[in-house]
Design a protein around this ligand. Structure first.
Ligand code: FHN
Length: 462
C-alpha cells in the first residue's frame, strides 16, 4: 500500500440519496455548446474532419479571431426549454452541460474572465437559462468544466520552469474561483464533470484536484464528481496508485464501452459518454459528421450494454450556432424516446443481473432494489439486440433460479419457453423489429442442488 495524501478517500462506494439517484437514472444527455457551434467545423471555407470543438486548434485560429466569434453568438434560435423537452422525451433523466470548453469561452457571466456570454450581443446568462429549463422538466443538472484552457495566458501543458510554476498556480487559482463561482451561482446542480485534465501540468497538481473536489462538496453537499478530475500524488489518474477509484464514478469510457462480459467494471459506479456523430461533440455541419451518425437502435444497444454492466450512458447533443437543436438530433432523440416510453423500465432504475452470464444475443438487466446497488432477482429483463440465425434465444439460468414465465415488455404477452435442462431454457426469438425487443423473464427460486451446472460460461454463448 503506497502512502498517498491525494489518493482516493476511505469511504468507498457512495450510497447517499444523490448518488443512488444518479445511479438509478442511467441515461443522461451531454450538451456541448459554445462558440465552436458557429463555424461548425469549417474555417474560412475549409472543412476540417475533426471534432468541431477543436477547430480553433485544428484550423490554427488565433485567440483574437476565435474570440471575435462572440459577436455572432446571438441566440436567435436558442430555446433551452425545447432542448430540455427533447431530452425528457428521449428518456434522459439528467443533463451535463459544458460551462467552459477548451477554448475558454464561458456560458455564464463569470467575474473572473472577460471571455464569456457577458461579451456577446445578448449578455444573457445562458447557462442559468439552460439549467432552469432542464430543472423545469425534472431533470437533474451537472456542470462540465474543462480545466484545459486555450484562452487563458496562464494555462500550461507542463511545468518546465519557475515561471511556468507561478503562472500555472495563478491558473489554478482562476479555475478554483470559477468553480466556486459556479457552485455559488447554481447551487442546485447535482454534480461536476471535469475534462481537460490529462496534461502533465494537471497531473503534477494532484493536490489541487483533491482539494477542489473537497471544496465543491463542501459548497454543494452530495455533489457528484467524475473521476476524470483527479490525479494522485504520483500523477495517476482516475484510479490512484493503489488502484482505488478517485472521485465518485469512473468516467474513462469515452466513445467506447467495456466488453459486454466484463463484469469487473460493475464493482464501482461508472459512466460512459458517447457522440451521436462519429467523433464530434460540438455541432459539425458536414457530410463527414453525418456519415458516422448513430441510429436509434445503436444508441439503445449501447444503453442496454452499459446498464447491464452497472454504468450510466451520457449521450451527447451539439446544438447549432443559433442555439437550436439540429432536426436530425431531435428526430433521433424522439426515436429513442418512443422506444424508451415502452421499454425504459428495463433500463431506468436497473442494473446488472448478477450471476446471469452474458448471453451473446443481448443484455440482461434487473431492477435496482431500495437496498442494494446491484439489483435483485425476481424479474430479469432480456434486451434482445442480435437475433440468432437459429431463431432461438438460449438462456442459461443462474444456479438456484427457475424461470416461471416470459413476457414481452411492450404488450405483456406471454412467450413459450422450453427447458433444455434444469439450468437452460430456450425461447423462440421475437421477430426482428429494427429496434431491440425486451422480454421480462419472471423468475422464482429453484432448488440449488438440482443438478450440475456447466462451469464454462463460453458454453452458454453457443
Ligand atoms: O477534448 C474533449 C472533447 O472535446 C469532449 O469534450 C470530450 C467529452 O468527453 N472530452 C474531451 C476528450 O476526451
Amino acid at each position: 500500500m503506497i502512502a498517498l495524501r491525494y489518493g482516493a478517500g476511505p469511504a468507498g462506494r457512495r450510497q447517499d440519496p444523490a448518488m443512488r439517484a444518479f445511479r438509478a437514472d442511467r441515461f443522461g444527455q451531454f450538451v456541448h455548446w459554445g462558440l465552436y457551434a458557429i463555424p461548425a467545423g469549417t474555417w474560412q471555407g475549409r472543412t476540417i474532419e475533426f471534432a468541431a470543438e477543436f477547430l480553433m486548434q485544428s484550423a490554427n485560429v488565433s485567440r483574437e479571431d476565435w474570440a471575435a466569434l462572440a459577436g455572432d453568438f446571438t441566440l436567435e434560435g436558442f430555446d433551452p426549454a425545447a432542448w430540455a423537452r427533447t431530452a425528457k422525451r428521449m428518456g434522459a433523466r439528467y443533463v451535463t452541460v459544458t460551462t467552459k470548453h477548451h477554448d475558454g469561452f464561458c456560458l455564464w457571466p463569470s467575474a473572473y474572465s472577460d471571455f464569456t456570454v457577458a461579451a456577446t450581443p445578448s449578455g444573457r446568462d445562458v447557462l442559468g437559462e439552460i439549467l432552469d429549463a432542464y430543472r423545469a422538466e425534472g431533470l437533474a443538472t451537472h456542470l462540465y468544466y474543462s480545466v484545459l484552457d486555450w484562452h487563458h495566458p496562464d494555462w500550461r501543458y507542463a511545468i518546465e520552469s519557475d515561471d511556468d510554476r507561478v503562472a500555472f498556480d495563478r491558473y489554478l487559482d482562476f479555475a478554483t474561483n470559477q468553480l466556486l463561482e459556479l457552485a455559488e451561482r447554481y447551487p442546485q446542480v447535482r454534480g461536476f464533470w471535469f475534462d481537460g485534465t490529462w496534461d502533465e501540468s494537471v497531473k503534477a497538481n494532484g493536490r489541487w484536484t483533491h482539494d477542489i473536489e473537497r471544496l465543491l462538496k463542501e459548497r454543494i453537499p452530495g455533489a457528484i464528481v467524475n473521476s476524470r478530475l483527479r490525479a494522485d500524488d504520483r500523477g495517476a489518474r482516475h484510479f490512484d496508485s493503489n488502484g482505488a477509484l478517485m472521485g465518485d464514478y469512473e468516467s474513462g469510457y469515452e466513445r467506447r464501452l467495456p466488453a459486454p462480459w466484463d463484469r469487473s467494471v460493475s464493482v464501482h459506479d461508472w459512466e460512459a459518454c458517447a457522440t451521436l456523430t462519429q467523433a464530434s461533440w460540438g455541432f459539425h455541419d458536414s457530410a463527414w459528421a453525418e456519415r458516422g451518425r448513430k441510429t436509434a437502435a445503436q444508441i439503445v444497444e449501447q444503453l442496454a450494454q452499459t446498464v447491464s454492466l452497472g454504468g450510466n450512458l451520457l449521450l451527447n447533443f451539439g446544438p447549432r450556432g443559433d442555439g437550436s437543436l439540429a432536426p436530425v438530433e431531435v428526430a433521433l432523440a424522439d426515436e429513442v424516446g418512443a422506444w424508451m416510453a415502452v421499454n425504459g423500465e428495463a433500463l431506468h432504475d436497473s442494473g446488472p443481473a448478477e450471476e446471469w452470464d452474458y448471453p451473446g444475443w443481448g443484455f440482461y438487466t434487473t431492477p435496482l432494489t431500495a437496498t442494494t446497488p446491484e439489483g435483485s432477482a425476481g424479474v430479469v429483463h432480456a434486451i434482445v439486440t442480435r437475433i440468432p440465425v437459429s431463431g432461438i434465444l438460449t438462456v442459461a439460468l443462474p444456479s438456484g433460479v427457475a424461470l416461471r414465465a416470459v413476457r414481452a415488455l411492450a404488450d405483456g404477452s406471454a412467450l413459450p419457453f422450453t427447458p433444455l435442462d434444469p439450468h437452460t431454457v430456450q425461447i423462440p426469438a421475437p421477430a426482428a423489429a429494427g429496434m431491440p425487443t425486451v422480454l421480462a423473464l419472471e423468475t422464482a427460486p429453484a432448488d440449488r442442488e438440482s443438478g450440475l451446472r456447466e462451469p464454462n460460461p463460453d458454453v452458454a454463448l453457443v
